[in-house]
Design a protein around this ligand. Structure first.
Ligand code: BDR
Ligand code: CA
Length: 312
């Protein structure tokens, strides 16, 4: 395990985003969360980020609200059928005692990374990041690494070609991939190697902490969708993979590739086209290809039980 890396987490909670927040709290110095519309509307994603922090006893982490929709217009469709109408799998969240620190996620991303030593982890649509680049084109030079959950080396999930986070705002994703970040991509090809389901909900409920019980209830809903839709017992734990890439890179394999985001295609809008030709253009991304799923799941479960690592 590396020293606790400083990260800012851009997310759209979302069940797996909630697990990513607990994972980030446990293993990183989480300096801020920025919210974006995606899985559900912005009011829900912002509130859900606060819920996760409050449950974890991490009220000190500021949440900055961000973009309510993609760069080019309205939200076409969210993922509430996967994550529940309010984004937390139908679980009734506790009453909030904390509030967003601001509605300027872009400013927060720029401020949090001003030291040049803060990694950006983005696990929702990339709208806030594209807007940060627009506000300050030099931003890319102060971000030592950007790790995203998004895209895929092979199949999509919203369409045959497109993964949800990229599909939800392809123009933003295209700008981010072209910007020159040291960018690592945790796509569906990778995150489907890190799955959680009934055995993990048993472990969480046995542990019995507030975060574990809450997460187990949300995971039941999320895994149920995978069971009905794909016929698989366990569901991909997408977003925590991007956090774990920062703290336990040894658990993953990756390959440098040139990746472009398709913004036009009739059937391929939102696709991350990963060029694997021997004579491809020089790489602009490190594409994660393999995971030690069991070790990753153990780390996510431990973080969810005890996000602040207080129980020793
Ligand atoms: C991604 O889309 C969202 O539904 C999940 O939170 C994850 O970030 C997976 O395609
Ligand atoms: Ca997400």
């Amino acid at each position: 395990m590396t020293d606790r890396p400083r990260i800012v987490l851009d997310c759209d909670p979302g069940v797996d985003d909630t697990f990513a927040i607990f994972t980030a709290l446990r293993y990183c110095d989480l300096v801020a969360i920025t919210s974006v519309a995606g899985n559900v509307g912005l009011n829900h994603t912002t509130r859900n980020a606060l819920v996760a922090l409050q449950l974890a006893g991490a009220e000190h982490v500021p949440v900055h609200q961000g973009a309510a929709g993609p760069l080019n217009g309205e939200v076409i469709e969210d993922a509430s059928h996967v994550h529940g109408a309010a984004g937390l799998g139908g679980v009734t969240p506790p009453e909030l005692t904390i509030a967003p620190a601001s509605d300027d996620a872009v400013g927060a991303l720029l401020d949090a990374t001003a030291d040049g030593d803060t990694v950006v982890v983005a696990v929702g649509p990339l709208t806030n990041l594209a807007l940060a680049l627009e506000r300050d084109p030099t931003w890319v030079h102060r971000v030592p690494r950007l790790v995203i959950m998004g895209g895929s080396l092979d199949a999509g999930n919203v369409t045959a070609a497109a993964e949800f986070n990229i599909w939800a705002d392809p123009e933003a994703a295209a700008r981010v991939f072209q910007a020159g970040f040291d960018l690592t991509m945790a796509g569906l090809n990778l995150t489907h190697q890190v799955r959680m389901g009934p055995p993990e909900t048993v472990r969480l409920r046995d542990a019995g902490s507030p975060t574990a019980i809450f997460a187990a209830d949300a995971l039941d809903f999320y895994a149920d969708y995978s069971r009905r839709e794909y016929g698989i017992e366990k569901t991909a734990m997408h977003d925590p993979c991007a956090v774990l890439e920062v703290v336990r890179p040894d658990l993953f394999a990756r390959e440098p590739m040139h990746v472009v985001v398709e913004t036009q295609g009739t059937h391929t809008r939102g696709m991350t086209l990963c060029d694997r030709r021997l004579n491809a253009e020089s790489a602009n991304a490190s594409v994660m290809t393999a995971a030690d799923g069991e070790a990753a799941v153990d780390l996510i479960v431990a973080a969810t039980i005890d996000p602040l690592g207080v129980s020793g």
